[in-house]
Every structure is written in C-alpha cells, then in structure tokens.
Design a binder for this molecule. Structure first.
Ligand code: N15
Length: 231
C-alpha cells in the first residue's frame, strides 16, 4: 500500500474482501483481507468499541496507533491506516506471510545458530530504530514476532511500548519470563530493557525455553532478580 493510499479518502469495510481469520490479538480479531481496488493483501484487525471502552483502553489504543503509525522499518509490522464504523474500529496492518515465530519454535523445538543470528540481527536493527525514535518496546517475545515472506522478523505488538518521555508505572501481567530485574522490582528503567529481552529471546530460540522459566512465577521472579538462569 503506497503513500497515495494512506493519504486518500477514508476506508470502509466494504473496500475489502475479508478472508480467513489469522488470529485473535489483544482486544480484537485479525483477518486476512484484500483491498478490492488493487488486490493488495493486508491483515485487518477488528476491535469492538464497546470492549475498548469497557476496559478503559481508549488511551492505550490511541497511543499504540500513534506509535506504530510513525514507525517505518522493514522489521516492524506496518500499520497502514485505520477507520471506524458505529461499533467497531479497524486497523489495516501489514500481512506477514510467514506467520508467527512462536509457531516456528513450537514446530522445531529450537532454531539453529544461523537462523537465530539472523532473527537477532533483524530484531536488534528494529529496536535500535525504535530507540532512536524514543520508543521502548518492553514486550519482546516470540508471541509478538511475525515473519515475512523470507522468514524476516516483523515486530508486531506495541501494546506495552512507551514513548520514553511519558514513562509510567504499570501493573505487570502475563509471563514474567522476559521481564528484566529492574522492571520486576519496579525501579526506573530505560531502553536497555529491550536489550535484556533480546538476550532472553536469543536463549529461548537456541535452547527451546526461556532461561528463567520455572514452575511458579515467584520462582521465576527470584531467579531473574538473582540472575540465576538454567538451573
Ligand atoms: C493498536 C494498534 C496500533 C496495534 C497494532 N498492532 C497490533 O494490533 C498487533 N497485532 C498484529 N495484532 C494482531 C496482529 C497481527 C498482524 C496478527 C497476525 C498477523 C498480522 N499480520 N499478519 C498476520 C499473520 N500472518 C499469518 C500467516 C500465517 C498464519 C498466521 C498469520 N498471521
């Protein structure tokens, strides 16, 4: 989708042919879709306004949209545009033909050194670009990485990302495996939290499980704080 398309008239859902579901992200479903006028393939994410409002997520969503719409990098999933109707919000996202990295990891248990090195290089490149633009991702993990046609990295989820100028404390939910010590201990942190996550991901890709994985979250927590991987 070229600049002309993203600056032209507003889209409606009738501009698209909707195909198979690709997945269910946070607050919405994602479908394969094709823009009728030029057959351009995209991932169309549909969010219900009622759910966004119920969760009080309007601000977070607006921030995510603003962040992602401004980032343009070959290893960051593009947000091309968005539109609304009465009940829903639609995000026109880049389609990643290679699917999800965590599926590749599940299929193969672990990845070889060459594949891992390529992924880590692309990810590092994308994160340097984010940091230059004062964005910290904060949530790098296999579930948030999609793959392009040639298996290249497409970082897809900026749900936790922040502009460094507006750093706020947040409650921690989901897996602890990728959280750096300073975030677990709710200390101040900076863009180097993403470097920690690159290290954790590198380990998980090569070994097949993250370095601090434990049967309980309090044990994971303890091992991260004491820097005790692989016991
Ligand atoms: C608030 C907004 C700016 C956030 C924008 N980012 C997201 O919404 C994050 N997100 C990305 N949520 C869902 C997706 C998503 C995009 C999920 C799946 C895909 C996607 N693009 N392409 C896919 C995709 N390609 C696949 C190929 C094979 C199997 C599954 C696939 N999923």
């Amino acid at each position: 989708m070229e600049p002309s398309t993203s600056t032209r008239k507003r889209f409606t859902v009738n501009d698209f042919e909707i195909g198979r579901p690709l997945g269910r992200g946070k607050f919405g479903r994602v479908y394969l879709a094709r823009l009728k006028e030029n057959n351009f393939i995209v991932a169309l994410k549909v969010l219900f306004k009622s759910e966004i409002e119920k969760g009080g997520l309007e601000h977070q969503l607006r921030r995510e949209v603003e962040i992602q719409a401004h980032l343009q990098h070959p290893n960051i999933l593009r947000l091309y545009n968005y539109f609304y109707d009465d009940t829903r919000m639609y995000l026109i996202l880049e389609y990643a033909p290679g699917g999800e990295l965590y599926k590749e990891l599940q299929r193969n248990q672990q990845l070889d050194q060459e594949r891992t090195a390529t992924i880590i290089e692309e990810l590092s490149d994308a994160l340097s670009y984010c940091h230059e633009n004062k964005v910290i991702h904060r949530d790098i993990k296999p579930e948030n990485i999609l793959l392009g046609l040639r298996g290249e990295v497409k970082i897809s989820d900026f749900g936790w990302s922040v502009h460094t100028l507006s750093l706020r404390r947040k409650t921690i939910c989901g897996t602890l495996d990728y959280l750096p010590p300073e975030m677990i201990e709710q200390k101040p942190y900076n863009e180097t939290v993403d470097l920690w996550c690159i290290g954790v991901l590198c380990y998980e890709l090569l070994v097949g499980k993250p370095p601090f994985e434990s049967s309980t979250s309090s044990e994971t927590y303890r091992r991260i704080r004491k820097l005790l991987p692989m016991t």
